[in-house]
Each structure stands twice: as C-alpha cells, then as structure tokens.
Design a protein around this ligand. Structure first.
Ligand code: DX5
Ligand code: ZN
Length: 219
C-alpha cells in the first residue's frame, strides 16, 4: 500500500519546501498538464527535473498531455522513477511503455473514468502500473466518482488472473472518507492531493491514509 501525494494543490512558489513536508510519501505525484488534453497548465520537463533534484523521494509523473508518444521519454530523462501516459492520448501504447522501461523508469498507463479497461487486458504485462482516474482529470479538489469502483474490481481480477505484478493506482478525490472503498476494491497505490496539502500536518495525513488503506485491504 503506497501513498503518492499530488503537489497540484501545494504552493507552486515553494515547491522544494512543499515536497520536504511529506517525507513519508512513497512517491511524489507530479501532474503534468498541457492545456490541451486537459483545460489546465502546470509543469514541463525542466521544472520536473528541478523538483526531482530537490528530493530523495522518487517522482511519479502523471502526464495529462497530448502527444504522449513524443513527450513522455523526456520525463524519464528529467529523473522520474515512474511515468504514466493516458491511453486516450497515445497512438502506440505498447511501443511507448517499452520505450519508458528501456530508458529505466516504470511504465504506467492511465484511463479516464469512462474509458474501459477490457481492451487492454492483454497488455497488462507491458505495464508496471495502471492508473484508474476517479475524477475527470484536470483539477485537484474534485469529488470522488464511485462509478469507477466496479472498474477497479475488474482490473484487480484481471491482474490476478494473469499473475502480473502490475500496481493499481487510483487518483482523484482520495481522502480518509474514500480510500477504504478503493483499497477494498483492489487498488494498492493512492494519489491524494487536497487531502494531504489541506491537512494541518501533511506528513501525518500520508501515514493516516496508508494505515486506512492497509486495514481496509486486510479486512
Ligand atoms: C487531477 C490530478 C490529480 C489531482 C488529485 O487531474 O490528476 O492528481 O491533483 O487531487 P485531489 O486528491 O485533490 O483530487
Ligand atoms: Zn494525477
């Protein structure tokens, strides 16, 4: 059970200090947005590289960008340990996953809430992680979409059936209220943005979220 706080709702004028507030994070989730794939604009590779240099916690880049086939490898070069592309923005997901792995990062594929997982069952072994969005991508602080829970369950059973080591990440509206539902459904990596950065003690929130996820998955 891993917690990957998103810095989307952190103070962008002090990102180095904001990342230093969450030493218990397993990964730092960096939401890259290009104002085309989603109606919001955040970081590019130069800034991601600067964040990477400021922390020893590995970076988990979530690319909400068009032209992922062309742009994603730059985020491995920028120092990310995991790079997630959206299947809706990728022309050749198998080739891209192989390229990310060949460059030395974990390869991950994201699906928006209405994108089905079934067409990708046979490529699970090509992926180190699948990200199921539990909000429409673009902004932090949105309400968790319960309608994604059955897809989380189906993804988990597919992974079990194929015996793959692929991690299953959820992103959007994850909080102390909603994390148990995700863990029970089979998620094992949890992005939380506003829940962590609106807490008085963000690092304590990271640990509280992980504890809830662990007890829900043991139950
Ligand atoms: C949304 C981003 C998320 C977002 C999560 O498009 O991918 O990572 O920052 O923020 P919360 O946890 O506030 O929904
Ligand atoms: Zn994200």
């Amino acid at each position: 059970m891993q917690i990957t706080p998103s810095i989307l709702n952190a103070d962008f004028a002090a990102l180095g200090a904001e990342v230093a507030r969450i030493p218990s994070a397993d990964w730092i989730h960096v939401d890259v947005m290009d104002n085309h794939f989603v109606p919001n604009l955040t970081f590019g590779p130069t800034m991601v590289e600067a964040i990477s240099r400021s922390t020893s916690v590995p970076l988990d880049a979530h690319l909400m960008i068009e032209n992922a086939d062309r742009e994603a490898p730059a985020y491995v070069e920028a120092g990310c340990g995991s790079v997630t592309f959206h299947v809706e923005a990728t022309k050749a997901p198998v080739r891209l996953a192989r390229e990310i792995r060949a460059k030395g990062a974990r390869a991950s594929m994201a699906l928006k809430p209405a994108t089905p997982i079934e067409p990708y069952e046979d490529m699970l072994a090509e992926l180190d992680m699948v990200l199921l969005m539990t909000v429409e991508p673009g902004f932090g602080g949105q309400k968790f979409l319960d309608l994604v829970l059955p897809k989380i369950r189906r993804a988990r059973s597919m992974m079990d059936k194929h015996g793959v080591e692929t991690w299953l990440q959820v992103d959007g509206g994850v909080s102390l209220e909603t994390i148990e539902r995700c863990a029970e459904a089979g998620a094992d990596v949890f992005v939380a943005g506003s829940a962590v950065y609106s807490a008085d003690d963000p690092d304590a929130m990271v640990n509280a979220l992980r504890d809830k996820a662990v007890s829900a998955s043991d139950a």
